[in-house]
Structures are given as C-alpha cells and as structure tokens.
Design a protein around this ligand. Structure first.
Ligand SMILES: Cc1cc2nc3c(=O)[nH]c(=O)nc-3n(C[C@H](O)[C@H](O)[C@H](O)COP(=O)(O)O)c2cc1C
Length: 150
C-alpha cells in the first residue's frame, strides 16, 4: 500500500470513529486535523473526514484544504439529517489534487445516535468497507495520464 493517511475533524466523535475504521482497514495513519503531518501533501493517498456543518464541511476542514495540493484525495463526511451529498460536492469543488476519488457520506440519524454507542459501527461497517475497497481499487488503477503514455 502506498503511504496513506486519514485526517479528520470531529467534534463529538462520529467522524473520528469512522476515520479510525477507514485508517485501520486501509493500513493508513490516522490523524486529528490539528496534528496532521506537515508533509501531508507528499502522501500518496489522503482521506479527509468532516462532520457536516450547515450542509457543508466544517470550517476547520475548509481551512485545512486551503493552499494544499494533494496526490490522491478522497473525502468522507458524517451527518445526522441532511446535507451529506452537498457537503461532498463542496469538498470536491475545494479539492486540489492529482486524483480525486469519489467520497462517502455516512448518516447517523438522531435515533441511531441515541440507540447505538459509538463503539458499535456494525450497522455502517459494510458500506464503509465497500468504500475502502473502492479506494484501494482506484489507487491501483493506472491514471489516465499513464494510460495515455503507453
Ligand atoms: C454547527 C453544526 C452544524 C450542523 N449542521 C448539520 C447539517 O447541516 N446537516 C446534518 O445532517 N447535520 C448537521 N450537524 C450534525 C453533525 O453533522 C453530525 O452530528 C455529525 O455526525 C457530527 O460529527 P462529529 O461527531 O464527528 O462531530 C451539525 C452539527 C453542528 C455542531
């Protein structure tokens, strides 16, 4: 696996929980956004997680993206009611990278949050693992550029 990191902002723990699972399965580093490595732009793959705030990414994630150009980049977000897709669309627009990988929105409804403890992601696990599989396939796929050079 290339050098990879999952970087997330989380206020109440849900995005962190998903981010840690993604990092574990991807065999990638996991970092809170405040302590992301300074050379993060050199990583082969960066996956960035955000809570949905007012139908978009959190201010911390917007600020983190400013002025950075990544190699392969993907986003995920967690939300409770609506705005997951619009958050991913905003992130795709803000992203500067060589290779943008389709992102993942994970909804934890207020009822789910009330019923399930954060230690139990089992009800979302399958979708998250599918997402990680998708990222792994995308990373292995030769880029358009490389195809063109053949
Ligand atoms: C300021 C603020 C704005 C939010 N806006 C939305 C929203 O627009 N749509 C939504 O579904 N959830 C919204 N939420 C809920 C969070 O997106 C949701 O609880 C998320 O899973 C929290 O992630 P975290 O635990 O990693 O902080 C908002 C929460 C906060 C604190």
């Amino acid at each position: 696996m290339p050098k990879a990191a999952v970087v997330f902002h989380s206020q109440t723990g849900w995005t962190r929980k998903v981010g840690r699972l993604i990092a574990r399965v991807l065999d990638a580093e996991a970092h809170e956004i405040e302590s992301a490595p300074p050379d993060i732009e050199t990583y082969d793959l960066v996956v960035i997680g955000t809570p949905v705030h007012r139908c978009g990414p959190s201010r911390k994630v917007r600020n983190f993206l400013k002025g950075k150009t990544f190699q392969s980049l993907s986003f995920f977000c967690t939300y409770s009611l609506f705005g997951g897709i619009s958050c991913l669309l905003t992130l795709n627009r803000l992203a500067q990278c060589r290779h943008l990988i389709h992102g993942l929105d994970v909804r934890f409804s207020p009822v789910e949050k009330w019923k399930k403890s954060q230690d139990d992601l089992s009800h979302k696990r399958e979708r998250i693992l599918e997402y990680v599989n998708f990222i792994e396939r995308e990373i292995r796929r030769p880029s358009q550029e490389e195809n063109g050079n053949r």
